[in-house]
Design a protein around this ligand. Structure first.
Ligand code: ZN
Length: 365
């Protein structure tokens, strides 16, 4: 054990000794986060690994930043960038978190584990489990894209297809954890996954051409926006930057727990609700309060968007810019339009959107 961090409760701040299977505060059951006992250097993310050279990696990170000047002009912003997070080893942004989570599991002697996912995280963790020599049980909706399900299987993981909405896969995973007594490496609950996501912020920060005022995220459980907040916060703590970009959260109108809380809107969770933005169709994100706090601390906003608009932007991005992202990623563009329309983002602003998943994984509706 490295001894350079503890696991802190995101609600009552109670501190716990590091453990791979501890997913909630033992005082109040809120999610945990990694808190380091050493100062950041601001040049690279702090990681909880005892031996940084022991990172299980498939070459994740270093994704391309592409400027879209024509779309920037059409939308009325100074500059618009996309970061092609889907150009990762398994085709989604999740690989950054999987590298750290699987490395921590290996360091703690895990051989078999359970995970639940809408598809991308399950595929990603399965790939990293394969290269690390771990056995994965992945619970995913039967309705997940065939490409995602094939990926999980080809990496040698055992895929448990669960009928019903995304929440049903989590419920089935929890029941299986109790039945088998295996660790649940929930990418949403484990504090280690988000640590891997911090690298996103460092990469954007060190891209000389990019001076971004706003980042607009599609948000389900919030691991990327959370990782970005933690990464930028480390850089601020070390004095590398003085202010964070505004981090905005976009969700589908049908499933908007984070956005509704941000905006003070009435919204009743309906676990049968679905969205074309499958990657953000999360009715009960366990880190709800933490993510809302991150958005508020960055002076960001929450935006709920419609289904038709998401699909229209998926095609518009492809036909105007040659980029085929999954519908989940396209939701951020609908949110960007709304943020421009209501004056949150102005003509002099530079904006970045992470394209979190590949369109190749899901057939067009
Ligand atoms: Zn607590």
């Amino acid at each position: 054990m490295s001894g350079n961090y503890v696991l802190t409760c995101t609600s009552c701040q109670h501190r716990h000794e590091p453990s791979i299977s501890l997913l909630a505060c033992d005082k109040c059951a809120a999610p945990l986060t990694v808190t380091y006992t050493e100062s950041p250097d601001g040049r690279s993310p702090r990681l909880p690994l005892g031996d940084p050279d022991a990172l299980t990696t498939l070459g994740e990170g270093g994704t391309p930043l592409v400027e879209l000047p024509h779309l920037a002009a059409e939308l009325g912003v100074k500059r618009l960038w996309v970061k092609l997070e889907f150009l990762a080893p398994t085709g989604s942004f999740k690989d950054r978190g999987s590298a750290v989570l699987i490395s921590m599991a290996k360091e703690h002697g895990v051989t078999d584990f359970i995970e639940d996912s809408s598809g991308n995280a399950g595929a990603s963790l399965s790939a990293y489990a394969a290269t690390a020599g771990l056995n994965a049980h992945v619970f995913a909706p039967a309705s997940a894209g065939q490409g995602k399900k094939d990926q999980i299987r080809v990496f040698g993981a055992e895929l448990h297809e669960i009928d019903g909405p995304r929440q049903a896969s989590t419920d089935a995973a929890v029941a299986f954890v109790e039945e088998r007594g295996l660790p649940w490496l929930s990418h949403n609950l484990s504090p280690y996954f988000m640590e891997g996501m911090k690298a996103f912020a460092y990469e954007v920060r060190t891209s000389a051409a990019v001076n971004v005022d706003h980042i607009v995220f599609p948000v389900g459980n919030g691991s990327l926006i959370g990782g970005a907040f933690k990464g930028y916060s480390e850089m601020r703590e070390s004095g590398v930057i003085h202010a964070l970009p505004k981090l905005h959260a976009v969700q589908a109108s049908a499933i908007q727990p984070i956005v509704a809380l941000l905006n003070g809107d009435a919204w009743t969770p309906d676990t049968s609700a679905t969205s074309v933005a499958s990657g953000i169709s999360v009715t009960r994100p366990p880190r709800l309060n933490e993510i809302v706090e991150f958005v508020r601390c960055s002076y960001g906003s929450g935006v709920a968007v419609g289904e038709d608009e998401i699909l229209a932007w998926q095609r518009r991005l492809a036909s105007t810019s040659g980029i085929f992202a999954e519908a989940t990623s396209a939701a951020a563009f609908v949110g960007l339009e709304a943020l421009i329309a209501n004056g949150v983002i102005g003509a002099g602003d530079e904006v970045l959107i992470p394209l979190t998943g590949s369109g190749l994984k899901e057939p067009l509706p």
